[in-house]
Ligand binder design. Sequence first.
Ligand SMILES: [Zn+2]
Length: 159
Amino acid sequence: MPITLHDCPYCGGQTKKVHDYRITKLKHVKIAERMTILFYRKRRYVCGCGKRFAEKNPIVDRFQRYSKDWNQMAQLRAVKEKTFKETAEQYGTSVSTIIRRFDRIIPQALHKKQSIPPVIAIDEFKGNARDEKFQFIIADGETKDPIDILPKMIFNSWR
Ligand SMILES: [Zn+2]
C-alpha cells in the first residue's frame, strides 16, 4: 500500500506519518485449489495528537483473521453449497464460522428482493448444526440468490 494522507479517527486531523508495520496473517481464498495464507504488512500511522491507527486497506476489515475476499466467498458458498459442514471442510474453517458468515448475508439478501422471480428453487439444509432453526431455503432458480429461509414446520404446513 502506498503511503497516503489519512484522516485521524480520533481528532479529525490528517497525517501521513508512519508509526510502524505489523505482519498480519490472514486466511485467504484458495489459489489453484490450495489453501492460501496472506501475510499482510499492515502499516500504522501516528497523528499529531499522539494517537495511532491502522491504514485503510482493501484486504481485511478490523479484527478479522480472514481476508475480505475470503469472507465474501464464504458468504456465497454458505448459501450455495449443500451443507455448512461441506463448505467448512472445503474452505478449511469451522462449521460455526460458516454459519456466522451465512447469518451475515441472509438478512441483507432478504431485504433486497421486491418481486417474485419466474423460477423458484426450494432446497433443504442437511446436516445443519443448529437444531433445525433453518430448514429450507427458497431461492431464485436462475440467479441462486436466496429469497427466504423457512423452518421445517412452516414448510410442512403448505403441503
Ligand atoms: Zn489525531
